[in-house]
Write a protein that binds this ligand. Sequence first.
Ligand SMILES: *[C@@H]1O[C@H](CO)[C@@H](O)[C@H](O)[C@H]1NC(C)=O
Ligand SMILES: *[C@@H]1O[C@H](CO)[C@@H](O)[C@H](O)[C@H]1NC(C)=O
Ligand SMILES: *[C@@H]1O[C@H](CO)[C@@H](O)[C@H](O)[C@H]1NC(C)=O
Ligand SMILES: *[C@@H]1O[C@H](CO)[C@@H](O)[C@H](O)[C@H]1NC(C)=O
Ligand SMILES: *[C@@H]1O[C@H](CO)[C@@H](O)[C@H](O)[C@H]1NC(C)=O
Length: 474
Amino acid sequence: MCDKRMVVGTWIIAFYLLGTVAGEEVCYPRLGCFSNDPPWSGIPGRLLTGLPEPPEEMNISFSLYTRETGNNSQVISAINSSTIQNSHFSSRRRTSFIIHGFSSTGKKGWVVEMCLLLLEVENMNCIAVDWKEGAKGTYVCAVNNIRVIGAEVAYFIKTLQKLFRYSPREIHLIGHSLGAHTAGEAGRRVRGIRRISGLDPAGPYFEGTPPEVRLDPTDANFVDVIHSNAAHFPATGFGMYNTTGHLDFYPNGGTQMPGCNDLLLEMKRSDFEALIADTTIFGSCHHSRSHEYYFKSILYPTGFVGYPCETDEDFKSGVCFPCPKQGCPMMGHYADRFPYKLKRVNQKYFLNTAADPPFASWRQKVFIKLSGVKKMRGDINLIFHDTEGNTKEYEVASGVLSDDKVYTKYLDVEIDPQKTKKVEFLWNKTIFTLLWARMGAETVNIIHGEDGRWSTFCGHGTVTYGVPQLLTPC
Ligand SMILES: *[C@@H]1O[C@H](CO)[C@@H](O)[C@H](O)[C@H]1NC(C)=O
Ligand SMILES: *[C@@H]1O[C@H](CO)[C@@H](O)[C@H](O)[C@H]1NC(C)=O
Ligand SMILES: *[C@@H]1O[C@H](CO)[C@@H](O)[C@H](O)[C@H]1NC(C)=O
Ligand SMILES: *[C@@H]1O[C@H](CO)[C@@H](O)[C@H](O)[C@H]1NC(C)=O
Ligand SMILES: *[C@@H]1O[C@H](CO)[C@@H](O)[C@H](O)[C@H]1NC(C)=O
């Protein structure tokens, strides 16, 4: 039903008759009616949309994972509520719904892995929502379909309320891409949901639209958002750039993630928009990083601290370092631990992540004062070791080096300060440096971004190039 012809037909109507005729409407039992009146279509940035497909055709399913089921999930349905009563669903536990995005699935992959990991840290009900059949046509069809998916999730929650007097305050919706707006639609229909986490909410047909169309802070008591592929002009991307929650996190600036090398970002914007309207492939490494970061944040809670800042440029230049007195929120699963999370909506936070899993990093400002060198070419580095045998090396400065200067740099260290075993200083020569040259670190000061704490280390004497010098607290 939702093929290209219908979309083109709708587009023609929208194009010629915009504002002059009433829209079309479909009604489905249990869920109510859906019209394509503004703001659902026919508004700037959203001219192309039509109507959602019937729920039966999308084959939406809810798979329950609990500590009892493990990997053998139970399919439960609000239409036949005995499936819920006969399942391992427990009304004494909290419930998370995980909702995938365009051309994805809830039957395997990250959605299932997220449920299994959440169960390791909390005894909960985790429900993997699958709407693959509604998500596999063109992008425009899927954009329409999420209105029905959101209504189905809301219907499911209302069924839990009826069956168990289950409170929406026990519910957390986690959605990626179109799944983030699906969660928003569910939250618009059931008030008082505890939390929605939007993982790179889809941008095309949502950016700049009114709140009822997209995820927004009124959809739950607390809304946190990770932007990983934000379409920030002139860059192209699948995600939204604008804030859309209480806490909006922009890792690595929010648009382009390190370790990804997709070419889509280099497309001309007009080509990109044409691609989006027609596409049946949608996704990129950058876009997926949002759910990968969320996943890793469950395992490395302190490794994703977000710094309050207006822009990524300010963040990079150090204006927003270290965290203010009231502290910083953690991006991802533990964002809800931030005491000031509800102080206002649209709070922006910036951080850098590592390029590779587990992506966690701890931002530090380091200062190095050298000893034993008047003027010499080379580079100076710090090596961090943790108690598990991991080692990371960072260059702090290069070029002409001298002991009458302090070298300083912001580092995003991939070693947890709580697990750091030792820190070493290492220098390297250039081809022009004398073979027998020596230098050392007199003092190394480190400011930890998360709490502003200082650590001071001393080297002792000098070392030759390529030989690490142990730094000890002083
Ligand atoms: C739709 O769902 C039913 C029950 O979950 C399943 O048996 C059927 O194969 C599904 N159809 C498609 C096209 O996936
Ligand atoms: C869960 O089951 C699926 C399919 O049965 C399998 O592919 C996956 O590896 C399993 N995951 C875990 C964590 O056991
Ligand atoms: C409802 O689900 C139960 C299993 O819990 C099944 O035995 C029953 O046939 C289902 N009823 C309908 C009407 O599908
Ligand atoms: C961004 O969001 C703010 C606050 O919700 C809103 O005032 C502004 O118009 C939005 N800008 C765009 C381009 O959507
Ligand atoms: C030291 O510098 C040389 C030349 O610049 C380079 O080839 C070498 O890899 C460097 N060694 C280390 C440990 O960085």
